[in-house]
Design a protein around this ligand. Sequence first.
Ligand code: FAD
Ligand code: NDP
Length: 501
Amino acid sequence: MANRKEKTFRFIIVGGGIAGVTCVEQLSSQIPSADVALITASPHIKTVTNYRQVSKTLEEFDVEEQPSSVLEEKFPNLTVIHSAVKSLHTRSHSLETTDGRVFGYEKLCICGGGRPKLLTQENPYVLGIRDTDSAQELQKRLSKAKRIVVVGNGGIALELVYEVEGCEVIWAVKDKAIGNTFFDAGAAQFLIPSLETNKPEKDTPCKRPRYTTEEPAPGGSHTFTADRNARRQGSSSTEAGSALGPDWHEGIVLQGSEQGTRRVSLEYQCEVEKIFTSEELLNSPPQTLGHENVGSWPVYIKLTNGKTFGCDFVVSATGVVPNTEPFLHGNNFALADDGGLQVDDHMMTSEPDVYAAGDVCTACWEHSPMWQQMRLWTQARQMGWYAGRCMAAQVLSEPIELDFCFELFSHITKFFNYKVVLLGKFNGQGLGSDHELLVRCTKGLEYVKVVLSGGRMVGAVLIGETDLEETFENLILNEMDLTPYGEELLNPNIDIEDYFD
Ligand SMILES: Cc1cc2nc3c(=O)[nH]c(=O)nc-3n(C[C@H](O)[C@H](O)[C@H](O)COP(=O)(O)OP(=O)(O)OC[C@H]3O[C@@H](n4cnc5c(N)ncnc54)[C@H](O)[C@@H]3O)c2cc1C
Ligand SMILES: NC(=O)C1=CN([C@@H]2O[C@H](COP(=O)(O)OP(=O)(O)OC[C@H]3O[C@@H](n4cnc5c(N)ncnc54)[C@H](OP(=O)(O)O)[C@@H]3O)[C@@H](O)[C@H]2O)C=CC1
């Protein structure tokens, strides 16, 4: 293998998603003379644009899919190789791509992202959403669908059930409340009425630019219904590749085969028992199908609450698995319980000279008490950037400390058209019963939850235009004893910003 090396680069980064591209940018700016290669399976790369530091740890940015030439023009010492890594040989510091080329490296950073953790790989009626291709496939199938079942209770499910129109959506969640990865039951209750109301009209198009290509893209139960006539236009596409991100649904039309209504039926506290095709159902012993007729749908899904639903397809919005396979065989990577490549506080894996960042890795250093890993766009950027700095620091023999961004978990996003800010241990993660909650809620306007432990603020969920994020971030970081303030902390008549000035 060593003899076949076409070229040895000082740095190779694998993956053209946010983590990989940010790592390349950091390395190329810090050591402009170094030969850097970006090897990516996707035809386009993802770059961060309009980066804005909202507060000490909160950040917002747009994401653009761009041709890789943009990056090569910016960094003359960068070579972008569009191929997938087939195998890695850490002993000889080399890797082979699917087009049969072999490259050597001095330092490598793996930013291969993740893929959907599907309920089943085998069933063609079970879709996952990850990249633009899978989003287009969803759009295509949805345009002919009358009913779909969405399984999962995290980010994708929350976005999808709110956006899909013209098609009945059965939403099956394991928990007692919606959005378990981001919220508690109180926040879920605040958000639920949004499923019954119309989506607000958008007078400005989505500000995040995206690609268009030549080929236009074609327990208990509750039911929520909303009408809406306006349609959005758009299309976007890439080959297999990087994860979608903020506002991904704005570039495609999530419209079923019927006109203008959002109809979501929630099935709480249930999982999937079995998924059948029509033929399987006919050939197997009779099932409890309720009002469903065998043969009227291409696929049927039986839930653990005993109900079976026929539908056009199932969306498995059930999380992410790190993309580690091509890197493992013949090497000694330590893997975390979630399947990610273990990295230390310098983003180093267990193999010499191999770093990892983004969805593919699992942060295995001793975390700050207020930080946890979630596979998010912001963390992919932060890890890619920090990995680049660590790689540069090592070759330059400079010391480097864990970056401040890993002090406090912070995330800004949007669900059901509300701004959502999550800080620290926003769901009391890892605190057991050793915490108390303060909650302020105004229906339809805002939901504010503060998590206190030992009198100190350790986390917060802010839904709506609360304008509290910076003050709360400071209170968490300062570890101030808030016992004397008690419930006054959330008194809406007190300007909390002035209070703590
Ligand atoms: C539908 C959806 C919506 C999301 N919404 C949000 C959101 O609103 N906010 C948020 O913060 N996060 C969101 N996320 C999560 C976010 O997109 C990811 O956490 C982030 O993009 C991960 O970036 P990454 O660079 O680690 O991986 P990826 O973006 O997955 O990039 C991995 C790259 O590696 C390449 N690759 C993989 N294997 C190989 C190989 N063997 N050889 C060469 N190249 C390879 C791929 O082609 C790709 O370019 C969303 C994710 C999805 C799927
Ligand atoms: N706005 C944002 O910030 C968004 C972020 N994302 C990110 O994109 C990635 C992919 O999103 P998504 O797929 O929604 O992943 P998430 O990790 O957000 O959610 C997965 C959900 O599926 C549930 N689940 C897992 N296995 C099963 C199963 N077998 N049956 C039923 N439910 C199951 C999980 O429950 P449990 O937790 O109990 O395992 C969890 O509720 C995530 O990293 C997510 O954070 C996606 C969209 C929007």
